[in-house]
Design a protein around this ligand. Structure first.
Ligand code: UGA
Length: 448
């Protein structure tokens, strides 16, 4: 069976590489020549643990190939997976231009009966439209059909999430499509949920939006903990023993980012609204997240009064650890606010700096190490819980910073190790440690 994967972003590339890893013959298509050349050298164009190895191995074995020649790839294809992006439009709806542009190419070039599998996250009903479009535009006299097969991989663990998926969801409207996909996926030996296309599309949104809701919920609980003097880490732990609640996605912080939750919450909200229904839980999820993003900034303003000319160390830029992706990372808008306030920003991230430089090429200073970033700084903001950041130890902050005032948006440090230290340490949903003596400061700081 000739499998083609359209798009070599997170979804497409990881899907292609993992299908090859379990023994299928796969060709990945992308319009970007440079990307294709890099992948042919066995190098992944995105930072994703474990991906280089399986790319290289399967390319050398002849199981995986990369090309910009989409005409030739689709000419031979039995199955085409679509894994292109569906970015957010200004109004919150999903932009399907890339999906339909790939469909146009498929329709023009396929020569055999073909199953088109939509892996991209698309609004409910899109698979129907894609099938209609393909059938209207197909040039050869062949049978073309569409199946929905949403993906559930998370960045940073994408290869593992695909090879050892929690479940595989297949949305089909015919036995034939079902059999083809069962045949492709039986090698993964994971639970397979077979349903119709609309339910499969909905499973994806409902899953992501539920996880986003869980994060916004725990963040609100953290905010209440701060008010009533409870500790969110203990609260989450206490909740997690109930298997109906579970122990995942209960980490309070400065909100979710990334290419999925922000986009998928808005897209479902938009879609339901468009049909005259307001999903109140999703609306609240979005609002809570937006507010949570600026918690550290607001706290810093409260503590310092003015941030003008203050040296602010930013630790962690990416939307989560294990990725160089900055999409919807809280760091971006917070840095903008800090700069608007006249602060001097010096940032450190183990892998995200190059991408951040595309947004802020000259406005901030980039440090080569965490120590360099915090050196002589007035305050430090932690936006990403990289292991490197978590392991640095609070004493280094005390030794290096001008004033050891830390705003930790990811609860990186155990409070037990900080109680006795000479710091001001604010984290999310926990007691603020205020041992930093005002006498040590030359200027007025409002240590509330
Ligand atoms: C998410 C889902 O987890 C995947 O299942 C899904 O397939 C993917 O979206 C997608 O639709 O493609 P991802 O965006 O890579 O994956 O990242 P997550 O690990 O889910 O984290 C998202 C955000 O939530 C991060 O900013 C993270 O810091 C935040 N988060 C996560 C919390 O604030 N608290 C938590 O307890 C967990």
């Amino acid at each position: 069976m000739e499998i083609v994967v359209a798009g070599t972003g997170y979804v497409g590339l990881v899907t292609g590489a993992c299908l090859a890893e379990v023994g299928h013959k796969v060709t990945c298509v992308d319009i970007d020549e440079k990307k294709i050349e890099i992948m042919k050298k066995g190098i992944s164009p995105i930072y994703e643990p474990g991906l280089d190895e399986i790319l290289d191995k399967n390319y050398k074995k002849g199981k995986l190939d990369f090309t910009t020649d989409y005409k030739e790839a689709y000419r031979k294809a039995d199955v085409v997976f679509i894994g292109v992006g569906t970015p957010e439009r200004v109004d919150g709806s999903a932009n399907l231009d890339y999906v339909f542009s790939v469909c146009r190419q498929i329709a023009k070039n396929v020569t055999k009966d073909c199953l088109v599998v939509v892996k991209s996250t698309v609004p409910i009903g899109t698979n129907d439209k894609v099938e209609e479009f393909l059938r209207e535009n197909v040039e050869n006299n062949i049978h073309i059909e569409v199946a929905s097969n949403p993906e559930f991989l998370a960045q940073g663990t994408a290869v593992r999430d695909t090879l050892f998926a929690s479940r595989i969801v297949i949305g089909v409207e015919s036995e034939k499509a079902r059999d083809i996909l069962m045949n492709i996926y039986e090698r993964f030996n994971q639970p397979i949920v077979v349903t119709n296309r609309r339910s499969a599309e909905m499973i994806k949104y409902a899953s992501n939006d539920f996880l986003a809701l869980k994060i916004s919920f725990i963040n609100e609980m953290a905010n209440v903990c701060e008010i009533v003097g409870a500790d969110i880490e203990d609260v989450a732990k206490g909740m997690s023993y109930d298997s109906r609640i579970g122990n995942k996605f209960l980490s309070a912080g400065i909100g979710y980012g990334g290419s999925c939750f922000p986009k998928d919450t808005k897209a479902l909200h938009w879609l339901a609204n468009d049909h005259g229904y307001e999903v109140k839980t999703i609306k609240a999820t979005i609002e809570v997240n937006e507010n949570q993003k600026y918690k550290l900034f607001r706290k810093a303003k409260e503590v310092f009064g003015s941030l003008k000319n203050k040296r602010v160390a930013i630790l962690g830029l990416t939307f989560k650890p294990g990725t160089d992706d900055l999409r919807e990372a809280p760091s971006i808008e917070n840095v903008r606010r800090l700069l608007d306030e006249g602060a001097k920003v010096i940032a450190y991230d183990p892998v995200g700096e190059n991408n951040f430089k595309k947004i802020y090429p000259t406005e901030i200073i980039y440090a080569e190490s965490m120590e360099e970033a915090i050196n002589d700084s007035d305050m430090a903001f932690i936006f990403t819980e990289w292991d490197e950041i978590k392991s640095i130890g609070i004493d280094v902050f005390i030794e290096k910073m001008k004033t050891p005032i830390i705003f930790d948006g990811r609860n990186c440090f155990n409070l037990d190790n900080i109680y006795e230290k000479e710091v001001y340490y604010y984290s999310i949903g926990r007691k603020t440690i205020k041992n930093f003596s005002k006498k040590k400061l030359n200027e007025k700081i409002f240590l509330k």
